[in-house]
Design a protein around this ligand. Sequence first.
Ligand code: TRP
Ligand code: ZN
Length: 489
Amino acid sequence: MKPRTATDHRPRSTASGTRSGWASAAALCLVMSTACAGPATGDGTAADARPGAAGVGDRLFPALGNGGYDVTHYGLTLDYVPETNHLKGTAVITARATQDLSRFDLDLSGLRVRAATVHGAKAHVARSGDELVVTPARTVRNDEVFTTIVTYDGTPRTIEGDDGGLEGWIETDDGSTALGEPTGSMTWFPGNHHPSDKATYDIRVTVPKDEEGDFYDVVSNGELIAEEDKGGTVTRHWRTEEPMAGYLAHVSVGHFEIHKGWAHGHLPVYVAVDPDESEDAGAVARLVPEIIDWADERFGPYPFSSTGAVVDHLPGLDYALETQTKPYFAEAPDEALLVHELAHQWFGNSVTPRGWKDMWLSEGMATYAEWLWEEDQGGRSTDEIFEDFYDGTDAEAEGIWAFPPADPPGGGRVSDPPVYGRGAMVMHKVREAVGDEAFFGILRTWTRQHRHGNADTRQFVSLCESRSGKDLTELFGTWLFNKKKPARM
Ligand code: TRP
Ligand code: ZN
């Protein structure tokens, strides 16, 4: 889905726009009356149709995502058997072409592809690394809204990164969990898995009963809109109504205690806790609405139709993830981590970095939210935390000067300390320079202007300057872009 910003009020493309394009191509063929390569010739080719690019050109992840189309919706129907870790899937992908497409790629890692159709007609598929190359029976025209259906199955992969971190489809002691940052979502569904292409989702998962005869639970993003007991299996249907980047898509299968509640009176809260963590996670269901209300005042209105958390029991995983609407925790989180992942719902999930090098905007702000929370709770002031990061007395300051936050030296470094701690320091410096009123005004303007879209570092810098009326070149040059640790001023 194309980001919709305050300056982008154009309506979504419609089928009628596509039809008029076809009509004029056909008319041109009649006039020319000689060999015309338009669709009206019936051979399904168009002279100007090209393959969509195999990646969107992200500097840190060049092959991630695909060119030539923009996904608006994923309808995923999954069948999962925890005992065998076997997944069967059908992905219905609705997209709009951004060029004439002779063929296009989807990102997919592992699994067997059984068949694909485009517009209901059988399409040719080929695999090449993590690219699924789809050649439709006829050219997809620029601006056309088209549906691709891919059926697939197999044992989904767990990806182990260079740093030993796990992502993708991960088995747990009572089921599985799917985590997608930065590239893991391609292990369980084909798609355009770059953060710049956001889409809405319907995720339906069918699971059997466990050995004791109890159905497995399924928790995913958004709201649970249907549950169908089919005797031996149950299907749970989760819907994400607001655009979501692929790396935030999530499914957890297992057994969970469900705590339902409300934040500010009308926002549904859904907290799922693995029984092995229930003792330590006792405060989570109470804290989620409290933190959401706190953040709402500082960052602007909460951007999604529901909120919550998933507290799983997966001791091997050393991170949490801000999976949309319900952040995922591998064990009971402390308050600061809960604040961090919930702050991401504004910074990262609703306003999503345009590219991976812009990730400091989301991690820096989520980290700064932790500082703000600590200050408001009567802990260290944000000035004191800044000092503790500068002089290295805070344990999380380790490694924060390795590179400038907006310029990680490689894809494997996007979750390194400079992106977090030094990113938060940049936010604090901006606040110091412009004052509290302008700073929180900037945050609220940012979340409003780019709500459900994408935004980058340059846009943030220019908003800070325009909103405060100050030239902040030197501030950003020193704290954000400079390779070295800034000298004490
Ligand atoms: N985004 C997660 C958080 O801040 C951390 C994380 C997990 C991450 N995997 C990653 C960040 C991969 C960048 C890349 O809680
Ligand atoms: Zn984070």
